[in-house]
Ligand binder design. Structure first.
Ligand code: DNO
Length: 348
């Protein structure tokens, strides 16, 4: 496994100098953030990003995310032009040494939470999803850090209506078209495309979400039979519901060589469709992180890993989910488990 850390570029309050000090850090996961979704990333921006990262002794082999324009997901408007741009981005990133691209196919909203700084018992705070509060939320009147905030309330309303009309099968059809278009390019460029599951893995605000469970992931992988067509297996996204058995999914898809990127996050499932993000340590949440890492290890996983959302601890103020301290603790914990698994299996 190759340990990585998400870095939001020059505007990230966490510097590359700090990231390189986390033990065992192989590289950062980043993106070009000043280009609107759908457009081609300037070569110069990609090269500058790479240089900066490599000057700090880190690698830039993983991009998260190259966003998929809503016209592609809806199969309308400038869909084909945006798909061509997407292919060009794959080519450009590959030319700069990128080996893995993370993306998602969630309509309009990326990860959704009801509160970003819920105080926890130990004085830290974390992202939470309380179903009752989400049920009251009006997505046309708010935004969250992972969302595209450029829509007016009217545009948002129209977009939501289009997805309701499209429905689940319509979304599958558009996903299939996108995959059949981009995968030959990714394969030729030797870039591994890892789709991120929907977070949370169920329908929100009445619009469809499809990368949510084992049956749907099987259906997704069947769209294109090649290891370059794979998964970003996010334990915390799929693991918000106990219906998904994460160690089992990790074992299955890593044995099939279809996981290129592992997001390791723990969550505490609260039972009524609510959950809280917790520290990575197994006993702090509902997921058994040891069993998850063991499933990767036993199946010879050698892809990229990153600690996912952390809590805010030790008074840190920062980007929700993406502070330094708790994610660094997460990386160290994961490295510790991996070292133990290596040694116990005689690998080291
Ligand atoms: C949450 C992240 C997601 C992820 C995208 C991938 O913090 O894991 O926002 O980056 O869904 O496209």
């Amino acid at each position: 496994m190759k340990m990585t850390f998400r870095w939001y570029g020059k505007d990230d309050p966490i510097s590359l100098d700090y990231i390189r000090q986390i033990p065992g850090m192989y590289g950062v996961v980043t993106a070009v953030y000043d280009v609107a979704p759908g457009n081609v990333w300037p070569m110069e921006s990609i090269q500058n990003l790479k240089k900066d990262i490599e000057d700090h002794g880190l690698t830039m082999e993983v991009i998260e995310s190259v966003p998929v324009h809503e016209d592609i997901k809806l199969g309308r408007g400038r869909c084909q032009e945006y798909i061509d741009n997407y292919k060009e981005n794959i080519r450009r990133l590959a030319a700069c040494g990128v080996k893995c691209i993370c993306y998602n196919f969630m309509p309009v909203f990326d990860w959704t939470r009801s509160r970003l700084d819920q105080p926890l018992e130990d004085g830290s705070n974390a992202l939470v999803y309380y179903k009752e509060d989400v049920d009251q939320m009006d997505p046309t009147k708010m935004t969250l850090p992972g969302w595209d905030a450029s829509y007016s309330p009217e545009e948002m309303e129209a977009l939501i209506a289009s997805y309701k009309e499209l429905g689940e099968e319509g979304l599958w059809k558009n996903l299939e078209h996108f995959i059949r278009e981009i995968m030959p390019v990714a394969k030729e460029c030797d870039v591994y495309m890892g789709i991120h599951p929907d977070d949370p893995p169920w329908e929100i605000f009445g619009i469809p979400r499809i990368i949510t469970n084992e049956a749907n992931i099987d259906r997704f992988l069947d769209l294109y039979d090649d290891p370059h067509h794979g998964l970003t297996l996010c334990s915390g996204s799929l693991g918000c519901t106990s219906a998904n058995d994460i160690p089992k999914l990790v074992a299955k898809y890593s044995a099939m060589n279809r996981i290129c990127f592992a997001h390791v996050r723990n969550v505490k499932i609260l039972g009524d469709g609510s959950f809280e993000e917790s520290a990575h340590l197994s006993k702090c949440g509902s997921l058994d992180i040891y069993e998850i890492m063991k499933a990767y290890h036993e199946n010879g996983f050698d892809g990229y890993v990153r600690p996912d959302h952390g809590r805010m601890i030790w008074g840190e103020k920062g980007k929700p989910g993406y502070g330094l301290y708790d994610r660094a603790l997460g990386a160290t914990y994961i490295n510790g488990i991996w070292e133990a698994l290596d040694k116990a299996s005689g690998k080291e």
